[in-house]
Design a binder for this molecule. Structure first.
Ligand SMILES: Cc1cc2nc3c(=O)[nH]c(=O)nc-3n(C[C@H](O)[C@H](O)[C@H](O)COP(=O)(O)O)c2cc1C
Length: 164
């Protein structure tokens, strides 16, 4: 049993810089997507990564049902898109995709044309952890883009700049 409350946890985790992604999935004919920083490399053999999605989101439900998801790493100018897919503009479900230049991979998963990199994944394992589901995905395809990633830290978006 933890004696740390949720507010203290959030304040501490806000210090972790996170690469900003939009995780997408399909729910039949409709697309689903949310902004997510809880994305992490898992293994190179087989190539796999994990995402942590709140169980209340439509994207989590669509990943559970469809068994596939895509991860779109946003480029440095993607702050407005990140806000839209975090629900800040009031758009939800398919309506979120009015923002951004979206195409699809071979499986119909939404891929952003100008992402820094895009991954198409198949769910290999699901772990229920508190409010979230952890999906470990085997990577089926990678689409390389260019440019530095968008980063979120202390509730603000940042562009990366090299020290020298
Ligand atoms: C920078 C940032 C990072 C986020 N990271 C995650 C995450 O890793 N997992 C998650 O479930 N929600 C995350 N969220 C919250 C979701 O984006 C938000 O709850 C979701 O988009 C709500 O979508 P809905 O209104 O369509 O349900 C993050 C939000 C922001 C702004």
């Amino acid at each position: 049993m933890s004696c740390v409350d949720a507010a203290a946890f959030r304040a501490a985790m806000a210090r972790f810089p996170g690469a900003v992604t939009i995780v997408t999935a399909r729910d039949g004919a409709e697309r689903r997507g949310i902004t997510a920083t809880a994305v992490c490399s898992v293994s190179a053999e087989p190539p796999s990564l994990l995402v942590c999605l709140n169980r209340r989101t439509g994207t989590c439900a669509a990943v559970q049902t469809g068994g596939r998801f895509a991860v779109n790493l946003l480029a440095g100018d993607g702050g407005a898109l990140a806000l839209a897919f975090a629900g800040a503009t009031g758009a939800s479900g398919e309506a979120k995709f009015a923002s951004g230049d979206w195409g699809a991979d071979a499986f119909g998963l939404p891929l952003l044309a100008d992402a820094a990199v895009g991954f198409s994944c198949e769910v290999a394992e699901v772990i229920e952890a508190g409010s979230h589901c952890v999906f470990i995905g085997h990577i089926l395809a990678i689409r390389q883009g260019s440019g530095p990633a968008l980063v979120y830290e202390q509730s603000r978006f940042h562009r990366l700049a090299p020290l020298a």
